[in-house]
Design a protein around this ligand. Structure first.
Ligand SMILES: [Fe+2]
Length: 354
């Protein structure tokens, strides 16, 4: 057995009402001038958390937008400098966390994340920004959140649609870690536990949005999914989702929800051990079929057609995916990827590739 393992340098503070520990976590990092980053809709929902900071909160940037457009990140950076802040606290999901990472990358000031969705982005070194209609990504371990607070209470207001689609993104991070380039026995542990927690937690959260135990499971799975990406990397599925997001305007949770069964079917013949893990963790007899059925059960979008993608764009999406996927268990070629995209466009039961 040969592998490398570098732990993710991220402190996790987990549990009900843990968001109220924000001030002590800022002080623990030796910082005292906080700029909050979030969306407009989030400010009201987390006012009680911001209030805990008192006059340590020197500014609130509430302009976060999907895919973290460059102009948004730069406006946040301007406010951060203008307020002479020394730490950014991102309260939200992936797009808001992207602002925190952009500021850390450019100022070396740390960022804290108060996770309101189970996305896992907080513990990955991957940062991304929408420049024009291209999602540009890079890697730097310094952008990983110094501390992440996971408070399930903040996730109870998430709609069933949002819970399901963002949960599918986390599930995809865990699934892909099982067959990505840097997979190891350690990342397999996180992936297996993450898949188990996410599937159980998503079922419970969608049945009863106020089920804190189920919300906790989803958030826990989301946390593990971030470690999975950092330790093992990504493969065709996430590269495809970046293409669908950057070039075709499909939100990340939605693209993940639709594409995951087909990406797994694409790799089904090439990564048998990974498929065994998925089936065991989900309790199914088919990896791609089990994920397809699970997506139906939690009622997330099932086809690219339903998401408004044009069939005439599938050719270009296949070419872009092949160009941006350096590693995948089954080698990528335009013809096979185009075939996979056709299945995803129609939302039919996935047909495993050899
Ligand atoms: Fe993702």
């Amino acid at each position: 057995m040969q592998f490398e393992y570098t732990p993710v340098p991220n402190k996790a503070v987990f549990g009900e009402n843990s968001a109220l520990k924000l001030k002590q976590e800022v002080l623990a990092l030796g910082r005292s001038r906080v700029m909050i980053a979030c969306t407009k809709g989030m400010v009201g929902r987390v006012q009680h958390v911001i209030n805990e900071l008192g006059d340590m909160c020197v500014g609130i940037f509430d302009g976060a937008e999907p895919h973290c457009p460059e102009r948004v990140a730069m406006a946040a950076l301007d406010l951060f400098k203008e307020k002479n802040a020394d730490i950014v606290v991102a309260i939200g999901g992936g797009s808001t966390i992207g602002i925190g990472k952009a500021i850390t990358l450019r100022t070396d000031c740390p960022n804290i994340v108060v996770a309101t969705t189970p996305c896992g982005s907080e513990s990955t070194p991957i940062y991304g920004m929408l420049i024009g209609n291209h999602k540009k990504t890079g890697r730097d371990r310094k952008v990983i959140a110094s501390t992440t607070i996971y408070d399930p209470v903040l996730t109870t207001t998430m709609s069933a649609h949002h819970t399901g689609t963002i949960g599918m993104n986390s599930l995809a991070h865990c699934v892909e870690a099982l067959y990505a380039q840097k997979t190891s026995p350690i990342s397999d542990l996180f992936a297996h536990e993450g898949i188990h927690a996410l599937t159980a937690g998503l079922r419970g959260s969608i049945k009863n949005p106020n089920d804190l135990k189920a919300r906790e499971q989803v958030l826990y799975g989301g946390m593990l999914s971030g470690y999975c990406v950092t330790l093992a990397g990504i493969a065709i599925h996430h590269k495809l989702c970046h293409v669908l997001g950057g070039h075709h305007g499909i939100p990340h949770g939605e693209s993940n929800s639709v594409a995951l069964p087909y990406a797994v079917a694409y790799n089904e013949g090439a990564a048998p051990e990974a498929m065994e893990h998925i089936m065991k963790a989900m309790g199914t007899t088919s990896a791609s079929g089990g994920i397809y059925d699970f997506a139906s059960e939690i009622n997330v979008p099932k086809s690219l057609k339903e998401l408004g993608m044009k069939e005439s764009d599938l050719d270009i999406a296949a070419e872009e995916t092949v160009q941006t996927t350096p590693y995948n268990p089954k080698p990528v070629d335009v013809k096979s990827v185009r075939e996979m995209l056709q299945q995803a466009y129609e939302g039919i039961r996935p047909v495993p590739f050899k």
